[in-house]
Ligand binder design. Structure first.
Ligand code: GRF
Length: 188
């Protein structure tokens, strides 16, 4: 049977994308393309070096969020993915995207706590003994769709923010590939 297909969207470093490609691509599923809005994203080289096609769609070339999202939706649909995977895709998405594309995102906190761009820092300074990582369905409300998977990350007494951040990323790299398989009903 043909492998299910995903498209990955990214904007920067691409460490989650790397983990997804290394663990799943051409084994449990097929990464049909990786699309970025940032022509300077470090992740471009990572995807290419792992044999995944990269498409660059600079948001600066579009007059509005909706116009960009329309182009993005068309680009994604060219690949007919079973699921679209946001991995550090730093864009606020409009309903043009969310009404048309089935997508998951990873967020570095235990949602619904600490939504937004400072999820790691706010978890770390919350006074809680655990933070975590969440994979959720993408809806028009940021960081708010149904939760697909979560993992806790301990916040230790002597941690610096940097220590905790590293632990969060390590957990993301383990959780996200598993959550994608779960969202696609693929058993391994
Ligand atoms: C991750 O921490 C993810 O949770 C957040 O953006 C970051 C992306 O990092 N949404 P990377 O580009 O995958 O290294």
């Amino acid at each position: 049977m043909a492998l299910k297909k995903i498209v990955i969207l990214f904007s920067g470093r691409g460490s989650n994308m790397r983990s997804i490609i290394e663990k799943l691509h051409d084994k449990s599923l097929f990464v049909a393309a990786a699309i970025t809005n940032n022509p300077n994203a470090e992740g471009i080289k990572i995807a290419e070096s792992l044999g995944v096609k990269v498409e660059i769609l600079p948001h600066t070339e579009f007059a509005s969020r909706e116009a960009f999202d329309e182009a993005l939706v068309s680009k994604i649909k060219e690949y007919s993915p079973d699921l679209t995977v946001l991995a550090g895709f730093m864009r606020i998405l409009t309903p043009v995207f969310t009404d048309n594309i089935k997508a998951v995102n990873i967020h570095p906190s235990l949602l619904p706590l600490f939504k937004g761009k400072d999820g790691i820092k706010e978890s770390f300074y919350s006074g809680m003994k655990v933070g975590g990582v969440s994979v959720h369905m993408v809806t028009s409300e940021m960081d708010s769709g149904d939760i697909v998977a979560q993992a806790c990350v301990p916040i230790l007494k002597d941690d610096t923010l940097e220590d905790y951040t590293q632990r969060v990323h390590g957990t993301e790299h383990e959780l996200y590939p598993k959550a994608i398989l779960e969202a696609l009903n693929i058993s391994i």
